[in-house]
Design a protein around this ligand. Structure first.
Ligand code: HEM
Length: 437
């Protein structure tokens, strides 16, 4: 006699009773021999480290926008006490945001297979009945709902934001920011409860060796299927598969944050691949001049004026007049919130602090409010802190790599500040207003 077509999915509930399908709420429904506490524990420990780093780098990214500085930088104005930790973002090392945000995005993508495998490994638990045995049990299950829902939400919104740009109702930031706090609160509660058991399980396995005591373990392991199908791959093999998936995602993403020849390996990153063009202006951008609604007529020599306002009034400067001011050079990267960044580019232009001096701030530059000609999209306006203005490497750039800025890189003038997120390096600058914001 052959096996029933769906062994285990159907079970006799008593002598003379017809075979009834088992439901996901029945432990026998789940047949994979891979599920078990060791498998779940290893994945849990990887997530413990990985998600903690993701949370910290996410908060750091939020601080880099200087949301305490000006409402236009504040993408989550109702953050309340969640902004308790905010601090003035430093200007060095110049690769700071490149590193923290590259880590955040690359690690997030790399952890996707681990998260999915972890959820798969515990999915039978989500169906157990009764849904709540006591008030304490009910609270634990609600926290699991926030953990699983929050985890899926954070990973999905993060990946969609990178891959599809702005697809969210309203802004991505409040969704990802508030979601992160809910998810991480549930994550901490779960980690506090489960880490000791996970560490014990992994230690015991390391001490006692491989899959030796499988059947004895299974008796004490309520994550293991009571009636498993024969294995087609070992748990260790399955972990290698998950690790291999993560490695593949890592290798096809990380190049977008390394730049140079590595960019070509970032096959899964929308801003990966080869640089968009050759020549001095041939490095990545996020928004083209056309997308931003920049009209070539308003950036020409005749029409464009930079309006600088401060303590002593307002000055209007043509590009030719700007070029007669002392010009300085800085080697700085562009680092985007989406994780991609460029190698250092060689910028040349007027120091922001020299422009502050023109309007009455000699030696003590204050914050600055920067406005662009840009018509569409977020960050048409941005504020920079006094420490960013004062840094001698912070420029209103007119040239890059020895050539005039191209329209897509912000011609006729753009801001470039060390270690700042890309969107604070405003392109197509029209107005600078110095003063305490
Ligand atoms: C995104 C992060 C995570 C999610 C979504 C998640 C989800 C879950 C869920 C839904 C369960 C079943 C809960 C139950 O009813 O018992 C579970 C169990 C478990 N988790 Fe996590 N988890 C995560 C991270 C972690 C971490 C960081 C650890 C610890 C290192 C961990 C270790 C465990 C262990 C050992 C179990 C099995 C508990 C048992 O035997 O009953 N998990 N996880």
């Amino acid at each position: 006699m052959g096996r029933a077509p769906f062994p285990g999915r159907f079970a006799a509930y008593g002598r003379g009773m017809p075979d009834l399908p088992r439901l996901p709420t029945s432990p026998g429904f789940w047949r994979s021999p891979l599920r078990g506490r060791w498998f779940t524990s290893v994945l849990g420990l990887v997530l413990l480290g990985g998600i903690t780093v993701l949370f910290v780098t996410g908060l750091v990214s939020y601080a880099a926008y200087n949301p305490n500085l000006h409402p236009v930088n504040d993408t989550t104005p109702d953050k309340g006490i969640l902004g308790f930790y905010l601090f003035p973002w430093p200007t060095g090392p110049v690769w700071l945001y490149r590193f923290t945000q590259g880590l955040h995005v690359t690690l997030g993508i790399t952890l996707v297979p681990v998260l999915l495998a972890k959820l798969w490994s515990v999915v039978p638990k989500l169906f157990t009945l009764p849904p709540a045995r006591s008030v304490a049990h009910a609270l634990e299950r609600i926290s699991l709902l926030l953990l699983v829902g929050g985890g899926l939400f954070e990973f999905t919104t993060g990946v969609l934001n990178i891959q599809l740009d702005y697809v969210f109702p309203g802004s991505f930031y409040p969704l990802h920011f508030y979601g992160a706090w809910v998810f991480f609160a549930a994550f901490v509660a779960h980690a506090v409860l489960k880490t000791p058991a996970a560490v014990r399980t992994v230690r015991r396995r390391l001490r006692e060796g491989d899959e030796s005591n499988e059947s004895n373990e299974r008796d004490a392991d309520d994550l293991a299927a009571p009636d498993p199908d024969p294995p087609t791959v070992s748990r260790r093999g399955a972990l290698w598969l998950v690790g291999g998936g993560s490695l593949l995602l890592f290798l096809t993403t990380v190049g977008q944050s390394l730049g140079g020849p590595f960019r070509r390996t970032a096959l899964l990153a929308p801003h990966g691949g080869a640089d968009p063009a050759g020549g001095p202006n041939g490095f990545q951008i996020n928004k083209t001049a056309a997308y931003a609604g920049i009209d070539a007529a308003e950036t020409g020599e005749e029409a464009w004026r930079l309006v600088v306002t401060g303590r002593t009034g307002t000055v209007r400067l043509s590009r030719a007049q700007l070029l007669r001011l002392p010009l300085h050079s800085s080697s700085l990267p562009i680092a985007c919130v989406e994780g991609w960044s460029t190698a250092d580019q060689w910028w040349r232009g007027v120091r922001l602090r020299d422009l502050a001096a023109l309007v009455g701030y000699e030696g003590d530059p204050p914050d600055v409010f920067v406005e662009s000609l840009q018509r569409h999209g977020a960050f048409r306006r941005a504020a920079l802190r006094a420490n960013q203005v004062a840094d001698p490497r912070s420029l209103l750039a007119l040239y890059v790599n020895g050539e005039e800025l191209s329209p897509d890189h912000g011609h006729p003038a753009r801001v470039i500040v060390p270690a700042a997120p890309g969107v604070l390096n405003t392109k197509w600058v029209a107005r600078l207003t110095f003063g305490d914001l």
